[in-house]
Ligand binder design. Structure first.
Ligand SMILES: *Cc1c(COP(=O)(O)O)cnc(C)c1O
Length: 419
């Protein structure tokens, strides 16, 4: 039991070492990813992984909850304070499960939910065809205007009046602008729908005040904990007082068994970190970096969806470059620049072969990169696109990317030394 991983399973140890080296030696631009702190990592890897704690603080189904009750209560207090919410639930194993739980609390199977369509930047779990959320519920999708990049609220209201959804979902996985949660909330109210706001991508920006919070305008707010919020992988729900019991019941026993207490302890740590002037500066820098990265890419002839960004995320529209998104994403990966291919709103291309690449600044900002480095990153991306079929050039760009990474080392807890 006490043999270190390195000795017990050298094969797995070596893979973890290689992944740590990859994360250290690569410019990570996937906008939903980040690097957690040493403190968050320590809590994630703690003995709480051994503990069953079905139920909620003070009402558990197993004994031995002296510590877990305190751990979960601290996470809840911190979440409520940070997001200025009435109630929080920190047990969802992921963002998708948090959404499914929210629907469970707000609607009955077969009733209508209405969210942003996946090819227009929405998330699978907002009722997209292949997701269980569209099998259990009748799903109606709204879109973002592909020309203006804005939500056409008259159209959305018309759609809501026609379908009378039980839940209107706001929030996105690939939207680079500020979302007007207040107007969405008014539309929901006017048709008697609940407003569920999913801020998975932007919750770190919301707590830092660099994106407006949906909390005053939504009945329920869901989020992942591992994106801009920079915590462990997981999901979280916030809601109005009146819905507290329904939300808690929908998560447990509605959808899940035992909560991941090690993750909840790590979330509590991340929430403490997010409640600090340092985190506010971080979130501000994420947005500043994204703006400079967007401007620099446009200077290099890239077309961006909506012509820029107000948040952490940029959607590159490659139709003017004649390079498929997947081809560029793969070439960038070989040049140590990690991104993901993505659909562009209004583009009929299939999600598996889309014309866009999605990038963002949360992870590289955690490494300490600033405006000056964004110009370098834009130029590396541009050179990969120009040399898309030239492996020698791509390998040279990879060396320059590695050099940039070495100037902004990842925190030491990410590096597993080679013996
Ligand atoms: C990432 C994301 C999710 C899903 O989170 P998982 O933890 O991967 O299940 C849900 N909603 C939105 C808007 C997201 O961006």
């Amino acid at each position: 039991m006490i043999t270190p991983l390195e000795q017990y399973d050298p094969q797995m140890f070596e893979l973890l070492r290689q992944e740590a080296a990859r994360q250290s030696g690569c410019i990570r631009l996937i906008p939903s990813e980040n690097y957690v702190s040493k403190a968050v990592m320590a809590a994630t890897g703690s003995c709480l992984t051994n503990k069953y704690a079905e139920g909620y603080p003070g009402k558990r189904y197993y004994e031995g909850q002296q510590i877990t009750d305190l751990v979960e209560s601290i996470a809840l207090e911190r979440a409520i304070k940070l997001f200025k919410a009435d109630h929080a639930n920190v047990q969802s194993h992921s963002g998708a499960v948090a959404n499914l739980a929210a629907y469970g609390a707000l609607a009955s199977p077969g009733e209508t939910i209405m969210g942003l369509a996946l090819p227009y930047g929405g998330h699978l779990s907002h009722g997209w065809k292949v997701s269980a959320t569209s099998k259990f519920y009748n799903s109606v999708s709204y879109e973002v205007n592909p020309e203006t990049g804005k939500f056409d609220f008259d159209k959305i209201e018309e759609l809501a009046k026609k379908h009378r959804p039980k839940v209107i979902i706001t929030g996105a996985s690939a939207y680079p602008r500020i979302i007007d949660f207040k107007t969405f909330g008014e539309i929901a109210k006017s048709v008697g729908a609940y407003h569920l706001s999913d801020i998975a991508h932007i919750s770190g920006l919301v707590v830092a005040g660099v994106h407006p919070s949906p909390v005053p305008y939504a009945d329920v707010v869901s989020t992942t904990t591992h994106k801009t919020l920079r915590g462990p992988r997981g999901g979280m729900l916030l809601c109005k007082k009146e819905l507290a019991e329904a939300i808690d019941k929908a998560v447990f026993p509605g959808l899940q068994g035992g909560p991941h207490m090690h993750t909840i302890s790590a979330l509590a740590v991340a929430l403490k970190e997010a409640d600090s002037p340092e985190f506010i500066s971080y979130a501000k820098q994420v947005v500043k970096n994204a703006k400079v990265l967007a401007e620099s890419l446009m200077e290099k002839g890239f077309k961006l969806f909506t012509g820029g960004t107000d948040n952490h995320l940029i959607l590159i529209d490659l139709r003017n470059k004649n390079i498929p998104g997947k081809k560029l994403a793969k070439a960038l990966d070989r040049a140590r620049i990690e991104t993901n291919y993505n659909t562009i709103p209004g583009d009929p291309a299939k999600p598996f072969n889309p014309n866009g690449v999605r990038i963002g600044t949360p992870a590289i900002t955690t490494r300490g990169m600033k405006e000056e480095q964004m110009k370098i990153v834009a130029s590396l991306i541009s050179r990969v696109a120009e040399n898309i079929d030239n492996e020698e050039a791509i390998s040279q760009i990879g060396k320059e990317a590695l050099l940039l990474c070495s100037e902004f080392p990842v925190p030491e807890h990410f590096i597993i030394p080679k013996k």
